[in-house]
Design a protein around this ligand. Sequence first.
Ligand code: ADP
Ligand code: MG
Length: 157
Amino acid sequence: MINRLQNVTITKETSTPEETKELAISLAKEAKAGDVILLHGDLGVGKTVFSQGFAQGLKIAEPIQSPTFTILQEYDEGTLPFYHFDVYRISDPEEMYEIGFQDYLYGNGVCLIEWASKVEELLPEEVIEIEIEKNLEKGFDYRMITITYPEERNINI
Ligand code: ADP
Ligand code: MG
């Protein structure tokens, strides 16, 4: 890669699921068509909770289910089309072609991808990354949320 994008990293801490949703709502308000958001973190850390808040921020009223078994849930009723992926069960990134992954990535909506590292080789260079981590020393419901995005994007959260 010749021109590596410069990234900005911000860190937020939450101590309830509601606070994580609030953060996701504010990020959703900054979202644009074509955004690809990667969600990293262990099982049960709050990726789906974050996705629910994000959908709320896009004014999607429908309840957000974890797409663990379906890989993709699509919501077209909000301010932007929302493509919610959970690629945990993908064993070969090639499987993503079968569901038309590239069309979603370069489409008119926002892609939010839980377990995105499983399909790393298929992802575009310009992404927004969210890492959610626990720290049990700080309490069971404590989460540290690290958001990384290209400098060109003025994200205000
Ligand atoms: P994942 O999708 O990463 O596997 P989920 O979002 O399904 O995880 O589950 C996260 C769980 O952690 C939920 O039961 C949620 O209530 C709980 N939780 C506790 N504290 C927080 C927090 N600060 N932020 C997000 N979720 C939290
Ligand atoms: Mg999940």
